[in-house]
Ligand binder design. Structure first.
Ligand SMILES: *[C@@H]1O[C@H](CO)[C@@H](O)[C@H](O)[C@H]1NC(C)=O
Length: 432
C-alpha cells in the first residue's frame, strides 16, 4: 500500500531571509488567550536583511471581530510551550460531500462602505477546519506540479519547527478521513487518498519529503506555522506556500510577524493591527481556533502566481508589485481572489498554524450574483489610499468600476435587487 508517490525532496533549510515583497497575508489577525510555551520552540533564529517593501496582502476584513477576548491562559515564559493534552472532538463527515460535485463555498467577504481595517476574526467550529470541494483535483495537480518545479523554495521547515510540522501532518491524517471519508482513508501508518491513489506513510523517519509538503498535497490550502521565540515574537518557520498568488515563502521565511507585515506594506499595520495581532498570537490556545476572510482583485487568470505583479522566479532583490501591472485590462482578465484563513495553536508543539485557502473566480462570474456587483463596487470605492495602493486599485479601477456599476444598474432594472439594496443587504450573513 505504501506506494508512496511522494517526491523525496529534501529541503535545505538555509535560513534565507530574502528580500521581500508582498507580505504574509495569512499572518494578520488578532484574537486572544494564553498558554505555556515549550522549549524546542524557536529562539532568535534568523537574522534577516532589510526587506524591500512592496505590495502585500490584505488585512482587510471590514467586519470588526465578533470574537470576544476569552479567558487569558496562565502566564508563561516567552518561547516556552508546555504540551497540552488536548484533542478535538471527531468531526462528522461533511454532509453529502463529493469530490466532483461539491461546489466551492461562495465567500463574498466585502461590504458596502465604509471600509475598516481590522483583523476580522470569528470563531471557527472545529468540524470546519479544512474545506475541500470540486476544485480539489485541480488544486492538487497544480500543487504537485509546483512541488516538482519549486518545492525546495516553496515548502520549508526549519529544524526547530520539525516537530510542529509533523504534528500538523498527523492532525490532518486524523481529521481528513473522518471529514471526507470518500476521499481519504486512515491507515495504520498514515493516510491514503482514495481518489488519486496516493499512500502516505507518516511513520517513516526520515520522512520522504518535508512534512509541510505532504500536508500541502492533502488539502487545497497553503499552510504556514509560526513559532514563538524567547523574545515573544512569532517567527515563520514552516510553510508550504504553493498557490499564494502574491507572495513567496522564500521572501518571508524566518521573519517575525511584524516584519512580515511591515515589509509587505500592510496598510494600517502599525496603527491598527499590530498590537491586537501580537496579543492574539500569544494568547491563542488549542481550543480557540479562529477564521478570517479577505479578498483581492487580480488582473490575470493565474491562481498560483499573479504574474501581473512580476515574475515569480525573478530576482528576489527586486520587489514585485502593482506598478508593473498593465493598466485597465479588459474585464475578462479581472479575477476575484478571496482567502479563507484559519488559525489555531497546535497542542503539542505550540506552533500557531495558518491554513490559507484561496477561492478564485472571474469577476464576470461573481457579478452575476444578485447584489454582488453593487456591493463590490461600493467596497472597492471605500478603500482608503493605503489600502488602494496595497490592493493595486489604480491599475484596474476604471474598467472594474464601470463594469460593476453597469451590472448593478441592470440588476436593479430587472428587479433582481431592490432600489434600497444597500440597506437590505445589511442583514446579509458575512462572509457570504
Ligand atoms: C511505514 O514506514 C515504517 C517505518 O519506516 C515501516 O516500518 C513500515 O513498514 C511502513 N509501512 C508501510 C505500510 O509501508
Amino acid at each position: 500500500m505504501v506506494a508512496n508517490t511522494l517526491l523525496a525532496v529534501q529541503q535545505q533549510i538555509e535560513r534565507v531571509p530574502q528580500l521581500v515583497s508582498q507580505n504574509f497575508k495569512p499572518v494578520l489577525y488578532g484574537g486572544i488567550i494564553a498558554f505555556l510555551f515549550t522549549s524546542f520552540l524557536v529562539t532568535r533564529l534568523i537574522q534577516r536583511k532589510k526587506p524591500a517593501p512592496r505590495r502585500a496582502n490584505s488585512p482587510d476584513l471590514e467586519k470588526p471581530s465578533s470574537r470576544k477576548p476569552t479567558s487569558k491562559g496562565p502566564e508563561r515564559t516567552p518561547g516556552v510551550w508546555t504540551p497540552v493534552d488536548f484533542k478535538w472532538p471527531d468531526p462528522p463527515p461533511y454532509p453529502g460531500w463529493d469530490v466532483y460535485k461539491t461546489d466551492p463555498l461562495p465567500y463574498r467577504p466585502f461590504k458596502h462602505g465604509p471600509y475598516h481595517i481590522t483583523m476580522g476574526l470569528r470563531t471557527m467550529q472545529w468540524d470546519d477546519w479544512i474545506e475541500l470541494d470540486n476544485h480539489y483535483l485541480k488544486f492538487h495537480a497544480d500543487k504537485k506540479r509546483r512541488i516538482e518545479e519549486r518545492g525546495a523554495t516553496h515548502c520549508r521547515t526549519a529544524p526547530e519547527a520539525m516537530d510542529g510540522a509533523i504534528e500538523l501532518l498527523e492532525e490532518l491524517c486524523d481529521y481528513l478521513p473522518q471529514r471526507y471519508p470518500t476521499l481519504y482513508r486512515k491507515t495504520p501508518v498514515g493516510i491514503d487518498n482514495i481518489v488519486t491513489g496516493e499512500c502516505f506513510n507518516v511513520t517513516q523517519r526520515p520522512l520522504p519529503e518535508d512534512p509541510m509538503q505532504t500536508c500541502a498535497r492533502l488539502v487545497q490550502d497553503d499552510l504556514a506555522i509560526m513559532f514563538e521565540g524567547s523574545d515573544g515574537q512569532y517567527y515563520l518557520l514552516a510553510g508550504a506556500i504553493l498557490l499564494a498568488g502574491f507572495w513567496r515563502l522564500s521572501d518571508k521565511f524566518g521573519m517575525p510577524l511584524s516584519e512580515i507585515h511591515t515589509s509587505g506594506d500592510v496598510p494600517g499595520f502599525k496603527t491598527k493591527l499590530e498590537k491586537g495581532m501580537m496579543n492574539f498570537f500569544r494568547r491563542v490556545q488549542p481550543n480557540g481556533p479562529v477564521l478570517r476572510n479577505n479578498y483581492f482583485l487580480q488582473v490575470d487568470d493565474e491562481l498560483a502566481w499573479s504574474s501581473s505583479i512580476g515574475a515569480e522566479d525573478g530576482d528576489h532583490t527586486q520587489a514585485v508589485g502593482w506598478d508593473t501591472a498593465e493598466k485597465n485590462k479588459a474585464i475578462e482578465h479581472h479575477f476575484f481572489r478571496s482567502e479563507r484563513q484559519s488559525l489555531r495553536r497546535l497542542p503539542r508543539s505550540g506552533g500557531v498554524v495558518f491554513t490559507i485557502r484561496t477561492y478564485f473566480e472571474p469577476v464576470t462570474a461573481i457579478a452575476k450574483e444578485p447584489g454582488v456587483p453593487g456591493r463590490l463596487a461600493s467596497a472597492v470605492r471605500s478603500w482608503g489610499d493605503d489600502v488602494s495602493k496595497y490592493k493595486g486599485r489604480e491599475r484596474y479601477q476604471d474598467v472594474l468600476l464601470e463594469y460593476l456599476d453597469e451590472q448593478h444598474r441592470q440588476q436593479v432594472e430587472r428587479g433582481v435587487i431592490g432600489e434600497n439594496y444597500a440597506e437590505e443587504d445589511e442583514g446579509r450573513k458575512y462572509p457570504y
